[in-house]
Design a protein around this ligand. Sequence first.
Ligand code: 5AD
Ligand code: SF4
Length: 504
Amino acid sequence: MTESTSSLPTQPSSPQTDSEERTCDHNRKLFIETVGCQMNVLDSELVVADLRNRGYELTDNVREADTVLFNTCSVREHAEHKIYSRLGKLKYGKQRPNRVIGVIGCMAQKDQKTIFDRAPHVDIIVGTGQLSSIPDMIDEARESRERGVAVGLSRKGGSRETVSASFESYDPLREPQMRPSPCQAFVRIMIGCDKFCTYCVVPTTRGPEQSRSPKQIEQEVCVLAEQGVKEVTLLGQTVNSYKHTEDGQLFRLSDLLEKIHPIAGIERIKFVTNYPRDMGNDLLEVMRDLPKVAHYLHVPVQSGCDDVLAKMKRGYTVDEYRGMMGRISEILPDCSVSSDFIVGHPGETEASFEKSLDLIRECRFKNSFIFKYSPRPGTRGFELFPDDIPEAVKRERNNIMLGLQNGISEEDNAEFIGETVQVLVEGLSKASEKAIGKGPVEGPQQLVGRTRCDRITVFDGNPRLAGSIARVMVEDVTATTLIGSIVTEEIQHGSLNVLPILHS
Ligand code: 5AD
Ligand code: SF4
């Protein structure tokens, strides 16, 4: 999954009732900052929905908030440093009476009570599996001024069933205002991970792998479609490992896609993140046959060197990954593939690093997310391997890899010049939003959306096109973006199936 940080946007999307207004005066101003992957973004949406239901009102000003929540990430050390630095800033300055500060999510699960040692002014600590307890815990902390901790069991803290039960999938309510855009929503189909790659904290912070019921997922997508969502992104740490038996039938991800594909109103279906070893042909064939499914796969390889992959315990060799890429291009020739790489993993030699570069040249990923190895206490890698690559070398490798990948991304994007692509319009581009922030803007504005194969596309148009499929002629590109002009402004809600797909 890819990473981001967002602190929050804020005006209530629906008018407040009198009772909401009344309760808002009483300790109900909420600030939430989210660090990390899409799973965290979704968790924050659900937590905010729960709290909004109880009369909370969002604010983007931490100083006026009575409840401050940090939804955290532990995948790399710097994500944790960021949170400690935010917490440090809250320690001093004018305090609001009755303020409750909560650390929730992965750091809470991983570090538990030790967070109080570094940040004694934190009131509640809530792990990824206990998010539904947050509203009550906030009330209790405010009333009693005593600290609260709710976390899942450790992976060795009981039988698989007991540990799994302590990581509840939390998907009760939805909060449209928290979504990336009104027409896009995340839908969790799995929680946890059982792969135990040696560098990774996720199996600890998110608990055992558990797939949600296909019926529940279908219902959730129907509700989202009724709310105007056009694109759903199915989420799982290893989303293509999805497996759930219901009414005597085994559902794999391919079966789940078939189940939700007919839902009216949904125009595009994506899913992240894939695990290379579980990439079956059944999934690729369903992607080929179902027109709403994006032709895009994020399948992290992590390294192009077998020795490093073995140390990481990724469970495949470079040749096996190549074989998977071959099947993807055979069954889905127009599919874009993106990847993750870790540079500077313990024992990564110049030669192993060169092999990763070679793999990028060979696979020509749409883009790659590149991370410097970060030793994580609690992982097998932390115990087994000294962090022996100097920071300067990690940085240099990171920059070299980024340069190579950017060049490839731009070359591949350039092949779209002169083509007409179908773009699901998300709304105003960042540039337009910024311009609007500075004052009134006249005429068409720059819009942003993505092609079926997940290429970000910008073009001028009317903001009312958000949520529709627009046909855009590509005129120029950068490494990250296609730049074009709209071919027709006709709104084509629900018509993806009948339009000829000119280029995904
Ligand atoms: N150090 C650096 N990168 C990591 N990732 C996961 N754990 C670590 C770590 N300890 C990267 C992997 C994964 C992505 C989400 O984060 O590339 O795919
Ligand atoms: Fe972490 Fe590996 Fe699971 Fe991905 S598959 S979440 S890298 S343990």
